[in-house]
Design a protein around this ligand. Sequence first.
Ligand code: SF4
Ligand code: SF4
Length: 350
Amino acid sequence: MLNWIKRQLDKLDSPTLDWVQVEVTTHCNGLCIYCPHTFMHNGWTNRHMPIELFNEFVPFLKHTDLVYLQGWGEPLLNPHFFEMVRICKGQGKRVGFTTNGMLLTDDTIKRLVDLQLDIVAVSLAGTTATTHNQIRKGTDLDLVISNLERLGTIKAEKNSQAPAVHLAYLMLQSNFHELKEILPLARRVEAKQVVASNLALIVDPNLADEALFHDIEGVDDYRNTLDKIRENASRENIIFDYHGPNLDADSLRCRENVQRACVITVEGEVVPCVFTNPALSSHHIFQGESLPLRSMSFGNIRNESLTHIWNKQEYAAFRELFDPETTKKPERIRQAMPQCCVKCYKRLGI
Ligand code: SF4
Ligand code: SF4
């Protein structure tokens, strides 16, 4: 009876979110040099989200537009991945995921097209195999591109526009010069969107110098190049998006959409972003300091509905800190902000 009442109250109180990100696995076949999965290899817990746990989230589907099946891992490794897509698509949701592109075989591509998956985003860290393969170890750019070309062919054979291809380019000082070739590559694989992101979480101290924002003198040149690429992209109807690359020390805004989106981890924890995932138990480098990675969970969908968790007072108070309309003074916001956000590059405009 109590559960029935809770379910009815949830129906009344459910928010409408832009998306929910679900970490369907923490297994990965890649060894990218900047990824916590690689850096924390010995202490890393590999898990697939069981379909039973995913099903706990299903009643919430009607309150979100998009489900993004992504966390710290390669989603295609979860044996229930296609079932998860099928469930979400069955409820009329848009569904996307990011992949390293290595497992996009013909069979996988056909299943994704048949399911009418909406977005497949592929991660890159260079536009030549030499650069990409050195950074995204365990992956091979030539194979990734040929898989995406197969995707284009199979979509044409099946007379399908879906899934749309997006490219996610991680910008480092050592691979930035190759970004100028991203538009020809995007054209080749028929990508509709390119997102160039920064090294927002630095787990390996040896990589700190690779972050664009640490090259203070170069920042203007980076921005000019990025602006030019965006201009050229828009002429070709490709969306090119980036943030930064300089830091805004006074910013109190988070680049993640914490107001209208959340992440469910592989264990069912509801967290505001992937950086507060309890799976990350190591240290990170922030402005020259080595600091413990602090996790933050507002509840677990094993025990409580997502609506109930979203509506908790502490979660609402957290979101209010990032509300653009807040009337709170910056000093008050800074005082109330959890340390994981205070010491986070995403809060500094990148
Ligand atoms: S493919 Fe993704 S999850 Fe896997 S190691 Fe690379 S960045 Fe990390
Ligand atoms: S500021 Fe950083 S840690 Fe805080 S919610 Fe945003 S991305 Fe997550």
